[in-house]
Design a protein around this ligand. Structure first.
Ligand SMILES: Nc1ncnc2c1ncn2[C@@H]1O[C@H](COP(=O)(O)OP(=O)(O)O)[C@@H](O)[C@H]1O
Ligand SMILES: [Mg+2]
Length: 304
């Protein structure tokens, strides 16, 4: 098969591993920067051109959409969908995962346990909201943050107010969330591939931090995939509409809570912590998706 990985960074670990895994599995693999894709809509047909040439004959697309130029990257993924090419994660799923509040709404609506979370836009609503979340300290998250950037711990209502005022004055939104104190600096990252949990690691923050993101210096270690972890991760990914997802969980006193669902999870830390070949799992999942949709047409001039 001919697989196309959409990635802005061909050199990073996850992209390199995907290319390698495709080769090992006997498939062709092209890595294309979505921003190098020129999109055409004309006469009812959708086309993608790279370096002046129509992209044709692609069996499946594996989108890896980071935090830069999300809109454009999503337009590229959607273009392939219009062309009838199976994509491992849909543009709709990726778009939802990129919106923190909308994802939490969707998870909550499906009965998936999340930490109590609030959003507001006036300082006058703050005191009662924090009270309702169990009082300070309280977690604050910029709606547009990721990899731990934009996640803060406000030690007092005054601290929360000054942070929120600053964010609001910049025209940004921010949510307030109950600080699950027993999980300070620890969470579980689960990788879902093909709709099922395939590996998990416990992440521990570097000393002094409450955020366990690997990008913030957190360390990962193997953790067993219990039926409870598998079930909540599988449901969270499915609810957001993703075949491939990195689901962040807190092991609270009351049970597992979903923090967020990431649509393009890096997997270096996870492969190192678990010895699982995540890249091969993802390639196999893409191939399986194509086989399941074997009637689907290939790239090229399909009418919308
Ligand atoms: N409500 C919370 N209680 C305790 N720790 C939290 C809470 N929310 C986030 N954290 C910590 O902060 C980290 C980053 O939060 P997360 O919601 O996953 O945002 P990001 O998109 O930046 O990764 C988590 O991995 C976890 O360690
Ligand atoms: Mg996270």
């Amino acid at each position: 098969m001919k697989l196309l990985v959409l990635s802005r960074k061909p050199g990073i670990y996850s992209t390199r591993r995907l290319r390698e895994a495709a080769r090992i599995e006997g498939h062709g693999c092209l890595v294309v920067d979505p921003l190098r894709c020129v999109l055409h809509l004309e006469n009812g047909a959708a086309r993608v051109r790279v370096a002046g040439e129509d992209v044709a004959g692609v069996d499946a697309v594996i989108p890896r959409v980071g935090s830069y130029a999300v809109e454009y990257s999503l337009a590229v993924v959607r273009q392939f969908e219009l062309m009838g090419v199976p994509v491992l994660n849909s543009s709709a799923g990726i778009a939802l995962a990129k919106q923190k509040w909308a994802s939490l709404q969707t998870l909550a609506a499906s009965g998936i346990p999340i930490p109590p979370t609030s959003m507001m836009r006036f300082p006058t609503h703050l005191a009662a909201t924090i009270e309702n979340l169990g009082g300070a300290p309280v977690i604050l998250k910029l709606l547009r943050g990721m990899q731990g950037a934009g996640v803060m711990l406000a030690e007092s209502p005054q601290a929360a107010e000054s942070i929120m005022d600053t964010v609001w004055s910049l025209g940004e939104d921010i949510l307030a969330q109950k600080f699950i104190a027993e999980c300070r600096g620890r969470d579980v990252r689960v990788l879902v591939v093909g709709g099922e949990a395939v590996a998990a690691m416990r992440r521990t923050a570097k000393p002094g931090d409450f955020r366990s993101n690997i990008h913030r210096g957190g360390a990962g270690e193997y953790v067993e995939l219990t039926p409870a972890i598998c079930e909540v991760a599988r449901r969270a990914a499915a609810t957001v509409g993703l075949r491939v997802a990195g689901v962040d969980l807190l092991e609270s006193r009351e049970g597992l809570l979903v923090l967020e669902v990431n649509s393009s999870p890096g997997f270096q830390g996870l492969e190192e912590a678990t010895d699982r070949d995540i890249a091969v799992e993802m390639i196999r999942s893409a191939v399986k998706m194509v086989e399941e949709r074997s009637g689907a047409e290939k790239v090229g001039g399909r009418r919308i």
